[in-house]
Design a protein around this ligand. Structure first.
Ligand SMILES: Cc1cc2nc3c(=O)[nH]c(=O)nc-3n(C[C@H](O)[C@H](O)[C@H](O)COP(=O)(O)OP(=O)(O)OC[C@H]3O[C@@H](n4cnc5c(N)ncnc54)[C@H](O)[C@@H]3O)c2cc1C
Length: 568
């Protein structure tokens, strides 16, 4: 079979920058074959099946587009070519009618959930609460998936400590000096692990309480109503695929314990002298914030021309200003060309010509779905060439009795999105007429300062030609923000100029992540500027900045000069 360039969006004539296999080499399903580079991202093309490399159909430097042949794999007949996997999303196709109920084995469940991350356990618990008999399959010893074990929770525990250190340093400017922190890495790691243990242990208890049967092991579908876990086969009426995602890798990096992804970095192996963070997205910047506070000298390298791509630049600016002062370097529009392992460190060569030596490297270049190795084909469930599973707004895949949720269905890869989709999937499979139709899914970077946004961004509005009325309240005019050292912050609301309804919001500053819940609610409720401005917010709080921004749009602001005032 020939492996073809999969759907790569709008890109054409993309250069092949690396070939990762040789003729005659045995490859497993999902092994990366070649690396392509668009002006936005570097992407690996994986082998869709196991086999032997028969021929290389491109060389480094060739330009390719969707459907161009890349590599011939022998012995993989019958497996579908990579491009063939990129068929229309299930959301665009009517879901197939449910097959005849499977023959029930002794090991049968009304609902099988594959993966116990935030998406999976939420689906399992909601389904159990609705009276279904549920089996939850998880390969890790602990329930909770990435978020609880190696994602949201441990990172936020460490970010809390980073915040304390930052606040103590700032307090010196107000006449209160604590001295330099003494960091006991083992104790800090232990505290973080305790929090994770409490939460994951709590999940196990709740599963027991709801009579959700937890099966430990690697699950793989063997048919549309059957899943094998080791020697055990579980049959089911309905299933939810919640197998999540894993950190993406960068091709060509040496196999060296000093190079880690976010999971390795959260282990807190040590505090390096110099840390290179590859990737200036939310995860990279959060980990950079932790290690910076703990004393490492941080360099961030980002391929695109902005930190935190997707977020409006004005919201990133106060963060950029702070980390410019603290980090060794921030390189935008820059690629890490190679990293070489040496005894005295890791030598990184950047596309700007610089070569620098670091003690550790953190790779935070995105995440890829765990869709390739769970037997979706056997269940008849379509996945795209990257392993994402297309779903409709009821979270159904192309196979009507199998839903998919969370990171495996695509961006945004966020725990709260996974949880909401999990509830919808459980309710749909229990026969309820519900759908996943959020008006906004909030994004939060728990950096110092925090950055958060929801709904339409200004950048999207400009790109899509959507007219918006923007109202920005600078936190330098908020008494509460000043007392929290948050004067560089801002709250921004975007309204529809005709209906006055909220379309999007953003905030940067202390607790921006908590603040964004209010505009998210306002968005869901279809609130307009008056609704928000006339709601009495407690004083002095940061929440007032949301009402004040609405007052700016409404022309009733009194805490700032009022450009819309009609004076005699
Ligand atoms: C460092 C970091 C910080 C993050 N911080 C935040 C944050 O602050 N807020 C936020 O909203 N999101 C955050 N995220 C993202 C969040 O963790 C994910 O969006 C969320 O975990 C997705 O949940 P999920 O249920 O889809 O999948 P996952 O959490 O990936 O869970 C999938 C589960 O399926 C299991 N599994 C996979 N394949 C099999 C198989 N074949 N058999 C059995 N089990 C299998 C896995 O072991 C895993 O337990 C962060 C991620 C990282 C890496």
């Amino acid at each position: 079979m020939d492996v073809l360039v999969p759907d790569i969006g709008d890109f054409t004539d993309v250069p092949v920058i690396e070939i990762l296999v040789e003729v005659g080499q045995e490859v497993a399903e999902e092994d990366p074959l070649v690396v392509l580079e668009s002006d936005k991202a570097t992407m690996e093309v994986p082998s869709p099946a196991a086999g032997k490399v028969g021929d290389l159909l491109v060389k480094v430097g060739d330009k390719v587009s969707e459907g161009s042949p890349l590599v011939r794999i022998d012995g993989a007949d019958g497996a579908k070519p990579a491009a063939a996997a990129a068929e229309p999303a299930a959301a665009e196709e009517p879901a197939a009618p449910a097959p005849e109920p499977a023959a029930k084995s002794d090991n049968h469940a009304q609902l099988l959930v594959l993966g116990s991350g935030v998406g999976g356990y939420t689906a399992a618990f909601r389904a159990a609460d609705l009276g279904m008999d549920v089996v939850l399959v998880e390969r890790d010893e602990r329930l909770g998936g990435v978020c609880l074990n190696v994602g949201c929770i441990p990172s936020k525990a460490l970010l809390h400590v980073a915040k304390i250190i930052a606040e103590a340093q700032l307090a010196a400017e107000h006449g209160v000096r604590f001295g330099d922190p003494e960091i006991d890495v083992d104790k800090l790691r232990g505290w973080k692990d305790d929090i994770v243990g409490k939460l994951t242990g709590g999940l196990a208890q709740m599963a027991k309480g709801r009579k959700v049967r937890v099966v430990n092991g690697e699950g793989r579908f063997t048919g549309p109503n059957a899943l094998a876990v080791g020697d055990e086969t579980i049959t089911f009426d309905n299933a939810v695929v919640a197998a999540g995602s894993q950190a993406a890798t960068l091709p060509g990096l040496p196999d060296d314990p000093r190079i880690a992804d976010s999971t390795g970095a959260l282990e807190l192996p040590e505090i390096p002298g110099r840390l290179l963070v590859i990737g200036g997205g939310i995860i990279g910047l959060e980990m950079a914030a932790v290690y910076d506070a703990l004393g490492a000298k941080v360099t961030v390298v980002e391929l695109l021309d902005q930190l935190m791509p997707g977020c409006d630049p004005d919201l990133v600016k106060p963060l950029r200003k702070r980390i410019d002062e603290r980090y060794e370097a921030i390189h935008l529009s820059t690629k890490v060309e190679k990293v070489e392992a040496a005894d005295d460190g890791l030598r990184a060569t950047l596309s700007n010509g610089e070569t620098q030596t670091f003690d550790r490297v953190l790779v935070a270049v995105g995440r890829r779905p765990n869709g390739a190795a769970i037997g979706l084909d056997a269940a008849g469930v379509k996945a795209d060439e990257r392993g994402f599973v297309p779903v409709d707004d009821q979270m159904r895949t192309n196979v009507a009795h199998i839903c998919a949720i969370g990171d495996i269905v695509g961006e945004p890869m966020l725990a709260h999105k996974a949880a909401h989709q999990g509830k919808v999937a459980a309710e749909v499979l229990a026969g309820h007429d519900v759908a996943f139709e959020p008006r906004g899914i909030p994004n939060v970077a728990y950096t110092e300062p925090e950055v958060a946004w929801v709904g339409l961004t200004e950048t999207q509005a400009a790109e899509q030609g959507i007219e918006v009325e923007k109202a920005v309240f600078p936190w330098s005019a908020s008494g509460r923000a000043l007392s929290l050292d948050g004067s560089t912050g801002l709250t921004k609301l975007l309204f529809d100029p005709t209906t006055r309804r909220l379309l999007g919001a953003g905030a940067v500053g202390p607790s921006a992540g908590d603040l964004i819940a209010e505009p998210t609610f306002a968005l869901e409720m279809g609130a307009d500027a008056e609704d928000i401005g006339l709601t009495i917010h407690p004083h002095p709080t940061l929440s007032e900045t949301i009402a004040f921004a609405a007052d700016i749009a409404g022309g009733t602001i009194t805490d700032l000069p009022n450009k819309k005032a009609t004076r005699r």
